[in-house]
Design a protein around this ligand. Sequence first.
Ligand SMILES: Nc1ncnc2c1ncn2[C@@H]1O[C@H](COP(=O)(O)OP(=O)(O)OP(=O)(O)O)[C@@H](O)[C@H]1O
Ligand SMILES: Cc1ncc(CO)c(N)n1
Length: 296
Amino acid sequence: MAKDVSVPAFVGPFGDRPPIALTIAGSDSGGGAGIQADLKTFTVLGCFGTSVLTAITAQNTLGVQAAEALEPSLVLQQMRSVMSDIGADAAKTGMLANAAVVEAVAQGVRELGIRPLVIDPVMMAKGGEPLLAPEARTALVEELLPLATVITPNIPEAEALTGLRIGSLDEMREAVRRLHGLGPAWVVVKGGHRTGPEAVDVVFDGTRFHELRAPRIDSDRTHGTGCTFSSAITAYLAHGLPVLDALRRAKTFVTRAIETAPRIGGGHGPTNHLWPMGTTRLPGSAVEAKRGPAGA
Ligand SMILES: Nc1ncnc2c1ncn2[C@@H]1O[C@H](COP(=O)(O)OP(=O)(O)OP(=O)(O)O)[C@@H](O)[C@H]1O
Ligand SMILES: Cc1ncc(CO)c(N)n1
């Protein structure tokens, strides 16, 4: 009898289609961060990914060699094209480049009723290259943050947005409280930039503080960790999970992605977005590289 090779129909919370996740972000030609990280993460977490490009960067694991923002009108048109036909069960923003793009994205989010919305307020690449013009911060704070379901600044971004110096967990708690006052429903300040045995992210929902904890992995393959984390949150929200569950699962996702990161490029390598596909112990992964050959 002939083998049935037809793909089974998708049966999920949305009937005959997968959850749809939209990313509004910049392109990383190196594939580890930006739109590329987001689409890989959406895919491996069972979502149909769509993308609105805000900027194109010439980038690799060594740094950002060039960057150019797209016209704000083209950014807004991409949002209208996706939303008027396909829709989105959840969306995220990443690199927004400048104030005019921030304003166009905020207009699109309001006009098209895009939510839940995760805002990763990307300001700088790991190597220090600016991904958001400093004068765009006012537009980010006034126009976009109030529309967010979740914002996910790292420590330098939280410092820039609040004016606080953030070193301790108590200072992270003060920062999430202040950032919540800017309008987002949930705030996560990520602890990747601190030192210590754990990578602790501090969460505030307006009433309660929560913590996301995982062992800190000693690795330089951390390019795009923030994009990977925020796109995993978005994917889980698109599946319909409550926010705190989405955050906890995204933390597990990014931790495994760092732990199993392959050797790619000569600098800060990308994480392993595809670990759920079974590549949990690549021979050259960050953890294996530290441990030495099997049995050593
Ligand atoms: N070395 C590490 N070990 C374990 N977890 C980490 C490590 N570095 C970052 N993380 C976690 O990864 C997630 C992303 O945090 P991070 O502070 O690195 O974001 P980011 O600076 O915005 O990243 P990027 O700018 O490269 O996209 C957080 O959950 C953080 O705790
Ligand atoms: C395009 C892009 N977005 C975000 C980041 C932050 O990781 C990056 N390096 N590049």
